[in-house]
Unconditional design. Structure first.
Length: 203
């Protein structure tokens, strides 16, 4: 069955962050200074719930002084504004959509980062975020959300990203074609343009 859906990971695949400020990590560190022991599910909670910085601090019971919170929020806004699209991401998406494929992003991320994806890739057919669907890769559930967003079956879909486990192996275990993006050229596809060309040649 020919591929009709291409699913992309977001950060490290379609987009790049220069020097991240890691505001959520800083909040967790503040909690440690206050005597809170990090929980084994802290990262999962941040990725599977729609929490801004203030909501995250409240959820974990961490006190953040107003001036510190304002600084964290300012740092986050600067980080979001600095995020850029990979050139081959823009061209690969354009190529696939022009050929009639649906294109969906499927990403583990905290809520504020979704705005950068939609700013830089405003015309995708679906935006599947872990915080919005309550499931994070490698959970099978999030891949099913990506398929269901455009009513595709696993055999009609392929996925690519910069994590071999999350974007290649687990999608393959769910019946999708999984591909690995290695921009260093060591394995898999070195660019998203090469991936797009291969998908179209195989149709």
């Amino acid at each position: 069955m020919p591929v009709s859906l291409a699913i992309f990971d977001a950060f490290g695949t379609l987009l790049k962050i220069g020097e991240g400020c890691h505001p959520y990590r800083k909040i967790i560190r503040l909690g440690i200074e206050q005597g809170r022991r990090p929980g084994s599910r802290d990262s999962q909670d941040l990725l599977t719930n729609p929490l801004d910085l203030r909501e995250a601090a409240e959820r974990f019971g961490i006190r953040v002084e107003p001036s510190m919170m304002l600084q964290l929020e300012s740092d986050l806004e600067s980080e979001l504004a600095s995020i850029e699209a990979y050139c081959d991401g823009v061209s690969a998406v354009k190529t696939l959509k022009a050929a009639g494929l649906s294109v969906v992003v499927c990403s583990n991320l905290a809520k504020p980062y979704a705005s950068a994806i939609e700013r830089l890739y405003p015309d995708l057919d679906g935006y599947i975020y872990s915080f919005a669907v309550g499931a994070a890769k490698p959970s099978i559930e999030i891949y099913h959300h990506a398929l269901n967003s455009v009513s595709a079956t696993p055999k009609e879909a392929c996925m690519i990203g910069d994590s071999r486990l999350l974007d290649c192996d687990m999608p393959a275990a769910c019946g999708l074609q999984g591909f690995y993006l290695d921009r260093k050229g060591g394995a898999g596809y070195a660019t998203l343009d090469l991936f797009a060309e291969a998908i179209l040649l195989a149709r």
